[in-house]
Design a protein around this ligand. Structure first.
Ligand code: PFF
Length: 454
C-alpha cells in the first residue's frame, strides 16, 4: 500500500536526484586528494571493491527500507522494528545527528567553491607563479571570517531555497536541470586535461598501483569513502526511497546510482590528475588540492581562467545537489516525527546548520589552534562522519535488513517492480547474503583493525 506522501514525478527524476546526492564534493574534492595521498591506483582498486561488495548492497538496502515504509528514517525504524524498537529509534536519531555533522562542514567547503567562482571570473585564480602563491591566496581567504562565513551562509540559503519547494518542485526539478550541465562541464574538463602535454603521467598514476602505501588505515579510508561518496549510512537514500512508487525497480536504480557516482569520481580524477601531472605538481596536496594546487595548474594552462571558472561551477553544482539531499532527510524527519510543516522545518534546520558550521568555517583561521587528537574542528567533523558515523550507520542498516525483518518481506519488497526471473532471483539472493553477512562483518573487521584491536 502506498501511503499518502509526495512522490517523484518519474523514475529519471529519482535517479538524477539520488545520483546528485551521491555525486558531490566527495567525488571532486575528496576522492582525488585521498587517492593522491594513498597511492593512486592501489587505493582506487580497494575503493572499487568496497563499493561493489559493501556500498552498493547497503545502498539498495536503504532505498528498499524507505520505499517499504514510505517514511523518513526514525519513523521507518519505528514502523518496521518488531524487536528492540527504542534501540532502532536511537539509530534513526544517530542518522539525524550524522546529517547535521556532515552539513555543518560540507556547506563551508561548498561556500569556498562558490567564492572561487567569483575569484575565477575576476581572473585571480589563474595568475599564480607557483602553488605556494596559490596557497597564500587560499589561506588569506579561508582565514578571513567575513569571506568564509558570507559564502557559507549563501550556500546554506541556496540549499534551503530548493528544499523549501519540496520533492517534485524543488529537488527533482533542480536535479533534472543541473545534472546534465554538470556532466557536460565534466566531460569538457576531462577532454581538456587529457589533451595537455604530459597528461600520460597522470594516467599512469591512476592506473598503476603502488601497494607499498596500503595499510588497514587505507582500507578504512576506502571503506569510509565508499559510504560517503554513495551517500549511504545516514538515511538520505532511505528518505529518497520513501518518495518512490511501488512499481520502480530498486535494484536497477541502485546500480545506476552507484555506477554514475563511480564513473564521475573516476572522470574527475582523470581531469584533475592529468592536469596536475602535466603541469608538474604534487598529487598529494591534501584537502587543499583543488583549492591551492589546481589554481597553480590553471595559471600555467592556456585558457586557465575559463577552466577554473568551469571547474568551480562544477564543484558548486555537485555540492548543492548533495546538501539538498541531506537537508531533505532532516526535514522529512521533523515532518514525520513532529508533524512540523516543510517550510518551518527548512527555516529551523538551515539556521541551525549555519550556526553549527561556524566552528568549521573558522577552523582555518583563529580557531585553527583548537585541536582534538591533532585535528582541527573541520577535519574532526570530516573524519568522524566519513570514517566512523557513516560506516557505523551502514552496518546498522545491513543488520536491520538482515536480522530484524523477514527475508520474505525484504525480497517481496524488492520484487515490486522487478521481473520475477530466475536470474533476478539468484541476484537478489546474492545481494541478501552480502547485506546480511558480508557487509556487517567486513565493516566490523575494518573498524577493529583501524583502532588497533586486530
Ligand atoms: N555523497 C556526497 C559526496 O560524495 O560529496 C556526500 C554525502 C551526501 C554524504 C549525502 C552523505 C549523504 F548522506
Amino acid at each position: 500500500m502506498e501511503r499518502k506522501r509526495e512522490h517523484w514525478g518519474n523514475k529519471l527524476g529519482f535517479i538524477l536526484a539520488a545520483a546528485g546526492s551521491a555525486v558531490g564534493l566527495g567525488n571532486i574534492w575528496k576522492f582525488p586528494y585521498i587517492t593522491g595521498e594513498n597511492g593512486g591506483a592501489a587505493f582506487i582498486f580497494i575503493y572499487l571493491i568496497c563499493i561493489l561488495v559493501i556500498g552498493l548492497p547497503v545502498l539498495i538496502a536503504e532505498i528498499l527500507l524507505g520505499r517499504n515504509s514510505q517514511r523518513g528514517p526514525i519513523s521507518t525504524f519505528k514502523h518496521l522494528a518488531k524487536k528492540h524498537r527504542n534501540l532502532w529509534v536511537t539509530v534513526g536519531g544517530l542518522f539525524f545527528i550524522t546529517g547535521l555533522v556532515i552539513l555543518s562542514y560540507y556547506n563551508v567547503i561548498a561556500g569556498w567553491s562558490m567564492g572561487y567562482i567569483v575569484e575565477s571570473i575576476a581572473g585571480k585564480i589563474s595568475s599564480f607563479q607557483s602553488s605556494a602563491d596559490a596557497g597564500v591566496h587560499f589561506n588569506s581567504l579561508v582565514s578571513n571570517p567575513g569571506w568564509i562565513i558570507s559564502w557559507q551562509l549563501l550556500f546554506v540559503v541556496l540549499g534551503g531555497f530548493v528544499v523549501y519547494f519540496g520533492v517534485r518542485n524543488g529537488i527533482e526539478k533542480i536535479a533534472k536541470f543541473l545534472m546534465p550541465i554538470f556532466f557536460i562541464i565534466l566531460l569538457f574538463l576531462v577532454l581538456w586535461g587529457v589533451s595537455l602535454e604530459g597528461a600520460d603521467k597522470g594516467l599512469t598514476f591512476l592506473l598503476k598501483p603502488d601497494w607499498s602505501t596500503v595499510s588497514f588505515k587505507t582500507v578504512l579510508m576506502a571503506l569510509g569513502h565508499a559510504f560517503f561518496t554513495l551517500s549511504v549510512g545516514m538515511g538520505v537514500l532511505l528518505t529518497y526511497g520513501s518518495y518512490l512508487k511501488k512499481d520502480e525497480n530498486i535494484f536497477f536504480s541502485g546500480i545506476m546510482i552507484a555506477l554514475l557516482d563511480t564513473f564521475i569520481a573516476l572522470l574527475a580524477g582523470l581531469a584533475i590528475f592529468t592536469s596536475v601531472f602535466a603541469m608538474g605538481f604534487d598529487p598529494a596536496g591534501g584537502p587543499g588540492l583543488v583549492f591551492n594546487v589546481l589554481p597553480a595548474v590553471f595559471s600555467q594552462m592556456p585558457g586557465g581562467n575559463v577552466f577554473s571558472t568551469l571547474f568551480f561551477i562544477l564543484l558548486s553544482i555537485a555540492a548543492l545537489t548533495s546538501t539538498i539531499s541531506i537537508l531533505e532527510m532532516l526535514v522529512s524527519t521533523l515532518m514525520d516525527e513532529f508533524k512540523m510543516k516543510r517550510h518551518s522545518s527548512v527555516v529551523l534546520l538551515s539556521g541551525s546548520i549555519f550556526i553549527l558550521g561556524i566552528p568549521s568555517a573558522l577552523s582555518f583561521g583563529e580557531f585553527g589552534s583548537f585541536r582534538i587528537f591533532g585535528l582541527n574542528w573541520f577535519d574532526m567533523m570530516d573524519y568522524l562522519s566519513a570514517n566512523v558515523l557513516l560506516p557505523l550507520g551502514g552496518m546498522l542498516v545491513a543488520i536491520f535488513i538482515g536480522w530484524y525483518i523477514s527475508k520474505q518481506e525484504i525480497i517481496g519488497e524488492l520484487f515490486h517492480g522487478v521481473r520475477d526471473t530466475q536470474f533476478n532471483r539468484k541476484t537478489s539472493n546474492v545481494w541478501y547474503f552480502l547485506v546480511k553477512f558480508i557487509a556487517p562483518v567486513l565493516i566490523l573487521l575494518v573498524f577493529l583493525s583501524a583502532i588497533g584491536v586486530l
